[in-house]
Write a protein that binds this ligand. Sequence first.
Ligand SMILES: Nc1ncnc2c1ncn2[C@@H]1O[C@H](COP(=O)(O)OP(=O)(O)OP(=O)(O)O)[C@@H](O)[C@H]1O
Length: 244
Amino acid sequence: MIEVNDLHKAFGAVKAVDGVSFAARDGEITGLLGPNGAGKTTTLRMLYTLMRPDRGAVRVDGIDAAADPLAVRRCLGVLPDARGLYKRLSARENIDYFGRLQGLDAATRRRRADELIAALDMADIAERRTEGFSQGQRVKTAIARALIHDPRNVILDEPTNGLDVMATRAMRTFMRRLKEEGRCVLFSSHIMQEVGALCDRIVVIAHGRVVADESPAQLLAQTGQTSLEDAFVQIIGSEEGLAA
Ligand SMILES: Nc1ncnc2c1ncn2[C@@H]1O[C@H](COP(=O)(O)OP(=O)(O)OP(=O)(O)O)[C@@H](O)[C@H]1O
């Protein structure tokens, strides 16, 4: 479970995150939805301890991220906005390397890598150097690498960015599987259909603030709209930056 309480982060005069609070629960998919520049990536970076908040607290499985960032990292799997693979290593070597960083023994690394390679349908690319990988192949490798240590909580920054229709569908199936395994899945997106199709809970963020935190059905009921797209536009107050 990921709990965020009154997070703030400013870059000079820009208040990127301005008092964000929400909870992402185990066995649920929570979507962080907002237009470009809303503060999604900055929020996620503070959650996975890459960036220190100016104010506010993050707790992952009850552990305070400021007090024990290493313990928090151990219970998180993260697909960051910069996927950053080692291009001279194969996909499997990239995955294995992260297992080593997590202190896993060779047998566990091998077993987990095999499971993830099968689950992400990437057997055909596993032994290839990642240099020259397509966007979809890069995302799969980065996700497998992020999950090597079997984390309870999974944070994905725009996981379907740049993926084609088939790859997007496969990614959704994979995210549902993570949820069914009882994990807490939190992902960011600016694509409303995606969030509507996947999420148990939607946290809408605009100008660094949470403007809605509901189930998809509640969002429709609250706004009186029949489509999530119209509900989002109403909540955000403009169509700026929202992809169809
Ligand atoms: N390192 C930084 N230095 C200066 N400004 C930053 C930095 N990171 C983010 N910002 C600013 O903070 C605001 C929020 O950015 P952020 O990347 O969190 O938005 P986002 O919701 O993830 O947007 P997108 O959908 O475009 O990725 C923007 O105005 C951005 O320009």
